[in-house]
Design a protein around this ligand. Sequence first.
Ligand code: SF4
Length: 233
Amino acid sequence: MSGVKGFTPVSTVDWPGKIVSVIYIGGCNFRCGYCHNPELALNTAPDYPVEDIFRRLAKAQRDEPGWIDGIVITGGEPTLWRSTRDAPGLLEFIESLKCFRLPIRIDTNYAEPFPTLLEAVRRQSIYGIMVDIKTTPSQYYRVIGGSFLKAPEVRQKIKDINTFPKDVVDVQYRTTAIPGLVEEPEIREIRKLLKKPHTVQFFRPGHCLDPKFNDIALFTSEREEAMRKEFNS
Ligand code: SF4
């Protein structure tokens, strides 16, 4: 079974400043109630034909060279896609994408993937890593659907990420602000721990893993604007 569950050939919102293709990998070790991709998180989405991705990327490069600036590999949690004796995993998949000579970024919740990412960085296979920092270490259990990742482990993981050298891989952090769960005080506390660029995005209801999240009251536009000014400018 392939780990690839979806493909968006052209996106202008997934990597600020770039037009990218986005590849979705199934499976996740978190159960964030606000998750917009429950089929990916629960790995119930059907496999997407990998050969179609290669065909379309090759066609884009042939017909419109320079149109696509990069590739984002997201999920789910891509780093959980490991190779087996009979089938390739994420690292082999990334290697095969290198033929397009496009910068590749991996999105990760960073719960357990250090060896996979280290290896990808060592091979110089990826240009960037976008780490989702869910909330403050002591509040992680409230967001990720359980207490299996304790506060000291989260702190240690953030310390590990902080050590990635800037000239080798571009590491950035992202946090989703969620009313009642991840608000200004949590974001300010997170910021104190991070040594790489950090942006805040805002929860939007829709097709959430926990349907309760579809009905929560959103931040007012004034409050969102104030948070954008404080955290993203
Ligand atoms: S939002 Fe949470 S559950 Fe959904 S893919 Fe990301 S880490 Fe996994």
